[in-house]
Write a protein that binds this ligand. Structure first.
Ligand SMILES: [Fe+2]
Ligand SMILES: [Fe+2]
Length: 476
């Protein structure tokens, strides 16, 4: 029997486990690394799955959720890579596929033909398997000797739990019994994949491992869909009838009304995750920090969109009916430019936002208005933008001789994008309806003030002025 006592009965072993637990054997470094590489692989593929479905997923709430979950996964990939690198492991072999059945498992999910099947595959198969594997790691490994891995697993488990909870709520809203029944053979295939891989962590004995299942959805190589889609709350996605920037930078208009334009600008940022996801999906071979940083920026832009949504809800404005949120920017960039050109446009726009007329100005407008939410959101929006400028310097700028050339290239790339304001109208895709007076009038009702006739009369479109206030040649 163990009669060992700590000094004054203080917690031994820094409180991480009992002496008895610390005397049990755990996983060897080799086995630990082998398992960590599997979690790493699945997190990496989950990042890809979430990221690559953002653009073409029509449902706004899911776009936002995928943006967050892609970011969580990217962070856990980074943490696992770092941990594996600490374990006498060079060459790391982190880009190898740990088991063909795990690869098939992920290939099937990324190719899920419907939103509902994707949700079932990710939130009812992949993430529960990952949760079980991480919990098993914490249970199997030595709590003292492998404490750094325990910590990585524990942090990952917190966010896996959150993802599972949100995913379950999504499934309750979207997947009925009939859909679930229909997906059953495919979900069984996913189970078979995990079984063939010896479980996600691969700890099952090889003798019991069944044969490789056959492809269902992934018979053809998966292709990313770059065309943004929106749900029915975006009834006029080509509408470029209200130029937010011209209004915002015009000194004759009051700050309260400008907060509406800023909420619109924020909500319209749905198009930034749609576009950034395309850069991430179509740019191969970068260091993981590149994908992690871009995933972070993507999530920030999703947050900005949701801040706009909150702003409208707070003012009791029915945004789907009253605010015409377009997707023309992500549509044009994703279908007309190469990934590096899209990044160039983003960098050009974002470095412009650091100037006097940019994020500081928006924050000052928020401060000057009586809208505390607007001031708060612009405060963080500005802080995020400083980070995004750094991400641009770290990853985009590096591709160029000097900063000037990089900025110029961004301007050129944006100029060559064809945003055919008149053609959309002629083809009947939009009337560029001026929705501004109605929104402003609705806000005035909430504010209990009479509308200012000058503000009400605002009627400037994007026909000849770009969002950076650059004049455009009037299109034919
Ligand atoms: Fe933003
Ligand atoms: Fe940004």
């Amino acid at each position: 029997m163990n009669t060992y006592r700590s000094y004054k009965n203080l917690p031994s072993l820094a409180g991480i486990c009992s002496m008895d637990d610390a005397m049990k054997p755990g996983l060897s470094v080799e086995e630990c690394v082998r398992r960590l590489k599997r979690y790493h692989y699945v997190f990496k593929r989950l990042h890809q799955i979430f990221n690559n479905r953002i653009t073409a997923e029509p449902i706004y709430e899911l776009k936002m959720t995928y943006s967050l979950h892609a970011y969580y996964c990217a962070e856990h990939v980074a943490a696992l890579r770092k941990r594996v690198g600490e374990m006498r492991e060079p060459p790391l072999g982190l880009d190898a596929t740990p088991h063909p059945a795990l690869e098939l498992f992920c290939d099937e999910i990324v190719a899920a033909p419907s939103t509902e099947e994707l949700i079932l595959g990710v939130y009812e198969k992949a993430l529960p398997a990952l949760k079980a594997a991480l919990e098993k790691h914490v249970a199997d490994t030595h709590p003292l000797a492998d404490h750094p891995s325990v910590r990585v697993c524990r942090f990952a488990l917190m966010e896996v739990a959150e993802m599972l909870q949100v995913g379950a709520a999504c499934a309750r809203s979207l997947v009925d019994d009939r859909l679930r029944q229909h997906a059953q053979p495919w979900l069984a295939l996913l189970d078979d994949c995990l079984a063939a891989a010896g479980g996600l962590e691969g700890a099952s004995s090889a003798a019991l491992v069944p044969a490789m299942p056959v492809h269902q959805h992934s018979t053809q190589p998966y292709e990313y869909d770059p065309v943004p889609r929106r749900d029915e709350r975006f009834p006029d996605p080509y509408n470029m009838g209200v130029n937010a920037e011209v209004f915002l930078y015009d000194a004759q208009y009051p700050p309260e009304a400008k907060t509406l334009m800023m909420f619109y600008k924020r909500l319209r940022e749905i198009d930034v995750p749609e576009m950034l996801a395309s850069i991430i999906a179509q740019t191969a071979g970068k260091p993981w920090d590149y994908y992690r940083d871009l995933a972070r920026q993507l999530w920030d832009e999703a947050r900005h969109a949701m801040m706009g949504e909150v702003g409208f809800v707070h003012l009791k404005i029915d945004w789907p009916k009253q605010v015409m949120v377009n997707f023309t920017w992500s549509l044009a960039l994703n279908t007309q430019l190469k990934p590096i050109e899209r990044h160039a446009v983003l960098y050009f726009i974002e470095q412009g936002l650091m100037a006097k007329t940019g994020k500081r100005f928006e924050w000052e407008v928020g401060q000057a208005s009586h809208n505390r939410l607007s001031a708060l959101f612009q405060d963080y929006d500005w802080a995020d933008e400083v980070l995004h400028a750094k991400i641009g310097r770290d990853w985009y700028l590096k591709e160029f001789r000097d900063a000037k050339t990089a900025v110029q290239y961004g301007d050129e790339c944006w100029s060559k994008v064809l945003l055919d304001w008149n053609a959309w109208r002629e083809r009947g895709q939009t009337q560029h309806r001026n929705w501004w007076p109605d929104v402003y009038a609705a806000a005035c009702q909430t504010w209990k003030i009479p509308p200012d006739p000058r503000v009400l009369a605002y009627n400037t479109t994007y026909e000849t002025v770009r969002a950076d206030l650059k004049d455009l040649p009037a299109s034919g």
